[in-house]
Design a protein around this ligand. Structure first.
Ligand code: GZL
Ligand code: ZN
Length: 322
């Protein structure tokens, strides 16, 4: 009888579950994401995309910190992620420089780093796994070539008001390079002014309002993001200057967020250059590839296009995710 019990007991325990291991909860991948700010519609869409993809149901525990457009806050966030021993760090860097030390600390802690959106300029590119973002120079060149087409009959001077984004951000550096090279290449193109709008609507409004108080002779506004463009449009309205298809000023704007496409369809913005913020799915995929031990490319550019008023319909705009 005793023998029978000694045989049955483990079986009974197993069946009752009290002797068995707790069910294996799938291990979540802990990701620290340092987002640079909330300065623009583009950035809000980017954050939403990242949060949607780095979700618990996708197997992540997301530690999110917003730096409010101050790099010191980003460096502190990354150091915090290192202390917390996350599995992976994702950074959307405010500006390209200043990252070598903290990325070395992440490397020393054996924590891989993914760079998303803008780039980091570091000595040793082994300090990060990959960079996912836009080809900002191509974006600028698309705008320049559209301007060349549009202005090719024009002999008299072309006065360009250039509104720049956050200094030192890859998006600013390369969108600026495209238009500065073009002004060098065309003897009748000149800058009426180069203003820093820090990628925000309020700053864009302030600097254009102040500029228009002194100068009114502009033919083109080349604005490095839509939120600065919205600010500029407000300043132009207040100054009584007409812009867009049937105005005196051509407006070229980057991002192609929802509100900008609506203004473009209405003929108020002449060219919208798309800059895709939806990096979440790509980051999720790359992390999964990395965890599976697959090699991943050092740099990944996303597909982008340009929009003019004739191309746009309410359906097309409604169908877009941002
Ligand atoms: C571009 C991104 C820029 C957007 C702005 O990828 O870095 O920052 O163009 C945003 O809207 O502020
Ligand atoms: Zn040219």
């Amino acid at each position: 009888m005793k023998k029978l019990l000694s045989l049955l007991l483990p079986l009974l325990l197993l069946l009752s579950g009290c002797g068995s291991q707790p069910p294996q909860v799938p291990q979540l991948t802990r990701v620290g994401f340092s987002q640079l700010g909330a300065e623009s519609d583009w950035r809000v869409a980017n954050t939403a995309s990242m949060m949607e993809s780095l979700s618990e149901e996708n197997g992540y525990e997301l530690l999110y910190e917003n730096a409010k457009q101050r790099q010191a806050n980003q460096l502190a966030a990354v150091r915090n992620f290192i202390v917390q021993g996350v599995d992976i760090i994702v950074i959307a860097p405010l500006e390209e420089t200043g990252w070598d030390a903290v990325l070395q600390e992440a490397k020393n802690a054996d924590i891989p780093v993914l760079i998303v959106d803008r780039e980091v300029a570091v000595e040793d590119t082994e300090l990060y796994l990959t960079q996912i973002g836009s080809d900002f120079l191509t974006e600028g060149l698309q705008a320049v070539h559209w301007l060349e087409e549009t202005l090719k009959q024009r002999e008299e001077p072309v006065n360009i008001l250039h509104i720049q984004g956050t200094y030192g951000a890859t998006a600013q550096l390369l969108r600026t390079k495209a238009i500065e090279d073009a002004v060098d290449a065309h003897e009748n193109w000149r800058f009426a002014g180069q203003l820093s709008g820090d990628f925000t609507e309020s700053k864009g409004y302030e600097v254009v309002r102040d500029f228009l108080a002194e100068h009114r002779d502009i033919d083109v506004i080349y604005s490095e993001n839509d939120n600065m463009t919205f600010g500029a449009m407000r300043a132009l309205d207040e100054a009584g200057i007409r812009y867009g298809l049937d105005g005196d000023v051509i407006i070229v704007s980057f991002d192609a967020v929802h509100r900008a496409l609506e203004q473009c369809m209405a003929g108020k913005i002449n060219l919208c250059v798309e800059c895709n913020p939806l990096h979440g799915p790509r980051v999720d995929e790359l992390i999964q590839q990395y965890l599976a031990g697959q090699a991943i490319p050092k740099q990944i550019f996303v597909e982008e296009q340009v929009f003019t008023p004739d191309m746009l319909t309410a359906e097309l705009i409604a169908a877009r995710a941002y």
